[in-house]
Design a protein around this ligand. Sequence first.
Ligand code: UD1
Length: 431
Amino acid sequence: MDQYVIKGGNPLHGEVEIGGAKNAALAILAAAVMADEAVTIENLPDVRDINVMLQAIENIGAAVERLDIHTVRINGAFIHGFTVDNEYIRKIRASYYLLGALLGKYKNAEVALPGGCAIGSRPIDLHLKGFRALGAQVDIQRGMVVMTAQTLSGTHIYLDKVSVGATINIMMAAAMAAGKTIIENAAKEPHVVDVANFLNCMGAKIRGAGTDVIRITGVESLHGAEYSIIPDQIEAGTFMFAAAATGGDVLVRNVIPKHLEATTAKLLEVGCRVEEFDDAVRVTVTRSLHHTQVTTLPYPGFPTDMQPQMGVVLGLSSGTSTITESIFENRFKYVDELAKMGANIKVEGNIAIIYGTERYYGARVSAPDLRAGAALVIAGLAADRITTVDDIYYVERGYEAFEEKLRGLGGEIRKVGSEKEIQKFKLKIVS
Ligand code: UD1
């Protein structure tokens, strides 16, 4: 099993380029099959979850042509099946987007219940409530969501909880329903807007994405388009926190600074310097960091996907900080791993109380999920001596060329597949 082995202690310095947003891309790939013509999608991140999604749409008959590693052409005109199930698709959360896409276009969908990171119970009741409201018959059979509809009709849907997945999924199905749909209490995340923009490029009529009321007028067909995915705000934030934790100076390029406002605000609060440019942000540490309070919230609040990385930074900040996790109930699993590196964190319910310590010490830790895995890598880069991170499969689901990008900033990190390779890395570091 592959691991990262990291020799910590080098402040990260330099420039790093951010790729396309994984969570936007997953929905956009699903939506692409709704067009009757070829669609070209650029700025696609080359990560495991994306490749699983591409395989899934190819399996139901879509023509998928990889023009280069970040560009794909998809033609959904050849789709011949509506059943999506394999061991890989069962592991990714975003498989649920095929429900909205296939239901909208073909009024038929049969998709394995979604998996994804084990960060909470993660129901999809709101997605199903929306599909039912549009007129679909929805059943759960043998671990599959099975949906059919004679016709889909526009309606008024209120989401009881702000859900990114439910908002995008209902928006996709409603894009091809007859008449008008209004989604109230919609999620406002940048990737909701990106998916709406993509659907509109294909001829959909969606207004209000990015606010809490989205209005959709259904259309009968969608046409070909060319589209470039927005930069990944979570990848960007991860490098910003890596700069902070290691006491570095990093220019994070190809970002939309507006999408990073909550992250930037917290870095300023702990004492970092953050400069914003048109499409870049620079994080510099010039003095020791201090405590603050963080609560995760839907956008524009502080993202739950940045919470573990923030936790690692606060663990190294003087004084007592708190993190309140309000989105997912099981998102502090990294705390036990971080404790092995010397962190002093107590979790009570959905609140982590973090007593800052001066440094982390290298240890053998294991990634409990995608973002927590990235956070442990950051801790390893900041720690004294050698850290190994197991189960990096999770990290590779969402970060493209993570270790190469960190090495480009001066981080000493290698992906290794055996004990022998770890020893080789250690010898190289010492010499
Ligand atoms: C997406 C992201 C994930 C991110 C999360 C919140 C993808 C593939 N994943 O996940 O990285 O952490 O948004 O920004 O894009 N809920 C329900 N019923 C539902 C749907 C959601 O109760 O039908 C609850 C969830 O349990 C959670 C909250 O609503 O407590 C928000 O979840 P949601 O925004 O839907 O997250 P995901 O789409 O799963």
